[in-house]
Ligand binder design. Sequence first.
Ligand code: ATP
Ligand code: MG
Length: 434
Amino acid sequence: MENKKFLDEIKFDFLKNYKNSSLQKVLFPEVKKYGYKPLVIPIGVSRYNVPFDSGYIEKYGRVCQIEFNESHVSLLIGMRGSGKTFLLGSIASRSYKSEVIPVFIDLKGEYVYINKPLQKKFSEQKSLMLKDEEPEGIPVINLVPYFSLKYQKFNFDFVPVQISFDELTINDFYTLVKREFTDTQREAISKIFSLKEKGKIKNFYEMLEKLKKMPKFNYQTIKQIDTSIRRLIDYGVIGSHYNFDVITPLKEGKAINLVLKGMPTEKKSEIYNYYLAYVALLIRKIFHGKENGLIPKKLKILTVLDEASRFIPNKGEPSSKHEIKEYISRGRYLGLSIIIATQVIEDIDPSAYAQLKYIFLSYNVGLDVLKRICKEWGVIEEERYYFSDTVKSYYRKMTKNIRTGHRDWMLIFVENKNGVIFRPLAPLFYHLSE
Ligand SMILES: Nc1ncnc2c1ncn2[C@@H]1O[C@H](COP(=O)(O)OP(=O)(O)OP(=O)(O)O)[C@@H](O)[C@H]1O
Ligand SMILES: [Mg+2]
């Protein structure tokens, strides 16, 4: 309730500044009207309760719900085309109605029109919405890395952003510049970054100047570092023209969508890592903002991280991985939750999902993956190597339902060692899943 009161206040502030009535309409519609409860989010219609542990079947209501009373980490595993974008959108759009602000990391530009209501092809299907629900968009700001604009044109509203001098950490720098440096070069880099920390260098040009004048290092050592920094400046990857502001929109009650459309799939590509550094910065800004009180304490945030294996890979240490781990470990006390979505669980760093509350599995992950998950999180006893026939038959039903156009999901409540198979509601906002 505290959160609701707080959101009422920011809603008021926001509306004062905004004359646009259609925006007013989509902003925090009365929670009561649709029967939403603060921090409890309906995500689908329950079909079967899954008795993992023999004998005991937890009864869940007809409407399958998840809770945000405490911050938590969820894992969502789904093969290609299993409906990840659809389900994530459903969770995020109803989170917003239940007073949790979503932050998306959007690889394909699937969430760039979420300020518009759900498209008709879905909203006309009664089974995809709760009774009395109306399709409706949520206020969002689409942030696009400035360098990314050089490669493509976008036809949606967006704000370009850049990594500024003050914001760049040494970790980000190593992520941005994939090249191997010698020990001497690393020493020089540490030196200039420590001068930066102490406030003795104020911008990138001073950094380059300082680098040249460091007596201990010869020309050869310096040259490659200098070239790397200049390259990032020339590409506009780092710079101070476009402010990367996430605090203001969050304070105004707007969702944030960091659009990474154009990120190559090939890890070797130089620009692949540029995108990783932008994710690192977004995540860092959120938890620093919370810690420093720039983002109000009571505001709950849900980060939606699709294709998470790129940002928290099992192999490699990009700065995005470092920041996401920080977000998860500190987030518990700060009202920060995250959903980590992936196609293959092995591709993700295991420490990123150590403390899970919810696990979502698509119809096509296979019984082996289900079994592995259940063992790993103690949902079934370790010495049991089989599922009961009931679990198997429910699982098969889930797979068969795909023929009827439905994409059912299994949700595992890790603490309760229990599960439910549910049919997702559609997102309330417009989305572009293929
Ligand atoms: N629960 C659902 N009910 C009806 N249609 C669905 C459902 N889930 C997904 N779809 C439809 O199935 C298609 C694939 O869904 P979606 O794009 O969400 O999958 P995905 O797992 O994100 O795919 P990718 O791996 O390509 O990112 C889309 O056309 C989507 O609208
Ligand atoms: Mg998708």
